[in-house]
Design a protein around this ligand. Sequence first.
Ligand code: GTP
Ligand code: MG
Length: 291
Amino acid sequence: MSVFKSGFVGIFGKPNAGKSTLLNSILNEKLAIVSPKAQTTRNKILGILTEKNYQIVFSDTPGILKSNYKLHDRMLQEIEQAKQGTDVILYVADVKDSVEENKELIKQFKIKAPIILALNKCDKSNNHQIEICKKEYDSLKQIKAILPISAIHKSGIDELKQAIAELLPEMPPYYEEDTITDKPMRFFVSELIREKLFFLLKEELPYHAAVMVRQYEEKENLTKIQADIIVSRETQKGIIIGKGGSMIKEIGQSARLDIEKFIEKKVFLELFVKVRKDWRNNDLYLKEYGY
Ligand SMILES: Nc1nc2c(ncn2[C@@H]2O[C@H](COP(=O)(O)OP(=O)(O)OP(=O)(O)O)[C@@H](O)[C@H]2O)c(=O)[nH]1
Ligand SMILES: [Mg+2]
């Protein structure tokens, strides 16, 4: 009789290492938003992979950062929560990032679970550099395997899944086999809108924004969605609306296409922009916006 293995795997690493891209590649589904800017992910997101002989419950997490706002404290709490009950740590490191810095972060983990190190973005590196990098991480005994991958090109993913499965305990599945996440549809809709802000707005602005879905109504052949984009200053509101409403229109159009792909239904999307002064340091607002 073949055994079934199951377990919880936290995906950790520095901002921009490719954690969310990796989760999406493993699940073959765009669950987590991705952007070229650091600190894109703010919430812990479960992504559940069920195969014939194993189930892996992944948690994507925000990148490890220094806190400047209460919002950052909340992001750090999400990381701490993901550490609880983790059977295996999947640490994602950009192959070009400082090894010393990553090793320091790993040493500060304070949980005993075995670590699999995914050396990401190997498409930007050559074999020689990858080998040198692997050797530099070798001294950390908690690391059980170092696997070069390219999350974006989906290379090395099968080997990675296999290496994780080997470390999992014998256990029946935690979730039904068709469950892929713990978050409701509204969460993913707000995230897809937030992702567009990271691509369309310059510099600091995406970091000042939150998105909250306030109406989600499924009609016969169309889903009606109303969402608020919340910013911390009046001037930011003007930028998000743009000249003659051009920016908000562009955000809405590109978000709508992605939402339609995600929910596989036609969408009518209405966006509103609101100013909530200094919301990133306000407990009540943070709670209201899902942080
Ligand atoms: N070249 C290359 N780029 C990658 C790879 N994986 C991810 N990226 C890019 O790296 C950037 C960051 O990716 P994310 O998946 O958002 O990174 P993250 O670790 O989730 O970042 P935070 O949520 O900010 O902590 C994006 O521009 C990705 O397209 C890869 O394998 N190769
Ligand atoms: Mg992320």
